[in-house]
Design a protein around this ligand. Structure first.
Ligand code: SAH
Ligand code: SF4
Length: 347
């Protein structure tokens, strides 16, 4: 019989399974507490009798991540992890320290199918989806390793969260539940390249999380050139889905826009963007693109002067805009780069 991943079970599910197996209810609570603490094996559950431990091992396994490499930025203390999964796949996560606490950027897939031309993950291919506990374990492992409590989670690491919808929704419910890590939805951001049917589905969940849309262009021609998903769902369709999302959840959407020199950073691009977003409950986050030497176009980040001009134009149209602070530049903190370099070494 295949072993069941006990970490992907809600407390109520464990209680029910234990009841059916004839174990007392308090054992389920004990096991759940250990799992939330981040133990890696049943042997570590010190208050369980040996007999129960062996029975549990015959039915269940504990999914998780192991630290393979850890890099710490000398500039700002940003920590980057390369985690190894049970099947020896690798993913990345980044821990950043802000005034209001620690934020972790976690992965939702091993690689990504979306193939965005400026993205190290997209250029590195796709292996598999992550399970909900594998997402939770990235947070727990970072907390244990640094003896910290993480208050904010962003789903902006490797992978496209809405391409792994079922597991991501399960993760959101687990991580925010009081019995688990108890990280409220308002402290969680989910970033997507714009899988529209899933944006509609997510809107119906009415989660109070922040939805980020990786926009990166204000016209279809440019967007399709750098983001293949735009050939399936164009900008108009995407922005209509965003308006629907806002109307359902009442939450402000954050638009991510990586500034790539000579590609999407002209004054005309800024005006076009402002026209498209006018009147929407939203925020634009400009990111000086990480230089992308592996991409066919050999893209480069825009100069600060042009980025500031872009900001001025958006502000003139009344659009709320910020330039994202770049952290961990010395450790390749943007996701996909470390796995990529590991793969290169392995070849
Ligand atoms: N797949 C999701 C989430 C992971 S990507 C998405 O695309 O939104 C996380 C963020 O990093 C996205 O906004 C993505 O567009 C951005 N990104 C990827 N490569 C980048 C680069 N070279 N420079 C700046 N941002 C980049
Ligand atoms: Fe995938 Fe996001 Fe990278 Fe695009 S930007 S390839 S959707 S991880």
């Amino acid at each position: 019989m295949a072993l069941v991943d006990i970490k992907s079970m809600f407390k109520a599910e464990i209680l029910k399974a234990f009841k059916n197996a004839g174990y007392p209810a308090y054992r389920a609570s004990q096991v759940y507490l250990w799992l939330v603490k981040g133990v890696k094996s049943f042997d570590e559950m010190r208050n369980l009798p040996k007999g129960l431990i062996s029975e549990l091992k015959e039915k269940y396994y504990i999914a998780g991540v192991e630290i393979e490499r850890k890099l710490i930025s000398k500039f700002d203390g940003t920590i980057k992890y390369l985690f190894r999964l049970n099947d020896w796949e690798h993913i990345e996560a980044v821990v950043m320290s802000y005034k209001h606490g620690y934020t972790i950027c976690i992965s939702t897939q091993v690689g990504c199918k979306m193939g965005c031309k400026f993205c190290a993950t997209g250029m590195g291919g796709f292996s598999r989806d992550l399970t909900a506990p594998e997402m939770i374990s990235q947070i727990k492992e970072a907390e244990l390793d640094n003896e910290i409590r993480i208050s904010n989670v962003v789903l902006m690491g490797m992978g496209e969260p809405l391409n792994n919808y079922k597991n991501v929704v399960k993760f959101l419910r687990l991580v925010s539940s009081k019995e688990n890590l108890n990280i409220g939805m308002r402290h969680i951001s989910l970033s997507t390249c714009g899988i529209i049917d899933k944006i509609y589905e997510l809107a119906e969940e009415k989660f109070q999380l922040t939805l980020s849309i990786s926009l990166h262009a204000s016209d279809d021609l440019t967007r399709s050139k750098i983001m293949p998903i735009n050939n399936k769902y164009n900008l108009d369709e995407l922005l209509t889905a965003c308006r629907f999302y806002i109307s359902k959840t009442n939450r402000r959407i954050s638009f991510e826009y990586a500034m790539i020199a000579g590609v999407n950073d002209s004054d005309e691009c800024a005006k076009c963007l402002a026209e498209k977003l006018r009147g929407m409950l939203c925020h634009v986050n400009l990111i000086p693109a990480n230089d992308i030497d592996f991409a066919p176009g050999n893209y480069k980040k825009s100069g600060m002067e042009q980025i500031k001009k872009f900001v001025n134009i958006l502000e003139k149209y009344g659009i709320n805009v910020t330039i994202r602070r770049t952290l961990g530049t010395d450790i390749n903190a943007s996701c996909g780069q470390l796995r990529r370099s590991t793969k290169k070494v392995e070849v």
